[in-house]
Design a protein around this ligand. Structure first.
Ligand code: Z5A
Length: 196
């Protein structure tokens, strides 16, 4: 089972994933918690460039996220899925579509095709969108990285972008109110997985 978590900054994805993984493990399930960008040594180096390096053209940003994703899917996610693990991933291909295509303005068709190429067609079984006003999300973050420092209008476009993707594919997406306590996200996840 491959499940992704998306949303604006400070929505609580990392916190919710940790709580979900804890409960799944208590139930005796095997879980892999992972994230993009930045899993494994290769991913960690790309993450450093992307989030703590100098400004770069949007096209360079795109290819770095894709390089991370291709490695992540092939060396970490697919092997875990093959072992029957539940993979909980903090951001994935939808983030690239929202940030690099919708917000940065790169060609959406190209970005969608590049995502399919990087993932070799892997699509999440479910995606949970932790939706909230970006002002609330940003106020929760202590240390801001390169992308967090973009103006509020950038983060508002991010939120609208995720909502448009989610509304277009309600079979995969679950829109959650991220101003609610973490337990509410955990409950939504277990309601979904218990029906599987
Ligand atoms: N990016 C991209 O452009 N293209 C791509 O393809 C990909 C990513 C994959 C990754 O940053 C950046 O890269 C991100 C998108 C872009 N850009 N920005 N800006 P990251 O991985 O460092 O950060 P993030 O994914 O945006 O996560 P985050 O800012 O760390 O937030 P979070 O994981 O959603 O939240 P959290 O760490 O769980 O919680 C944040 C704080 O809120 C913390 O103090 C919690 O205690 C608190 N919190 C959590 N839940 C709650 C609730 N329910 N109520 C109140 N407070 C809460």
């Amino acid at each position: 089972m491959f499940v992704t978590f998306e949303g604006p900054e400070g929505a609580g994805k990392t916190t919710a994933i940790a709580a979900i993984a804890h409960r799944l493990r208590e139930e005796g399930r095997e879980v892999l918690v992972t994230r993009e960008p930045g899993s494994g040594e290769f991913g960690a180096r790309i993450r450093e460039l992307l989030l703590h390096g100098e400004a770069m053209p949007p096209k360079s940003e795109l290819f770095l996220f894709l390089a991370d994703r291709a490695n992540h899917v092939e060396t970490i996610i697919r092997p875990a899925l093959a072992e029957g693990k539940i993979v909980l991933c903090d951001r994935h291909a939808d983030s690239t579509y929202v940030y690099q295509a919708i917000v940065r303005g790169l060609d959406p068709e190209f970005v969608a095709a590049a995502n399919r190429f990087a993932t070799s067609g892997l699509i999440p079984d479910a995606t949970f969108l932790l939706d909230l006003d970006p002002q609330i999300g940003l106020s929760r973050i202590q240390t801001k990285d390169r992308l967090d420092q973009e103006p509020l209008s950038f983060h508002q476009k991010v939120r609208a972008g995720f909502l448009s993707l989610a509304h277009a594919d309600p079979a995969r997406w679950h829109i959650l109110d991220a101003t609610q306590p973490t337990e509410s996200t955990v409950q939504s996840f277990f309601t979904w997985i218990d029906q599987k």
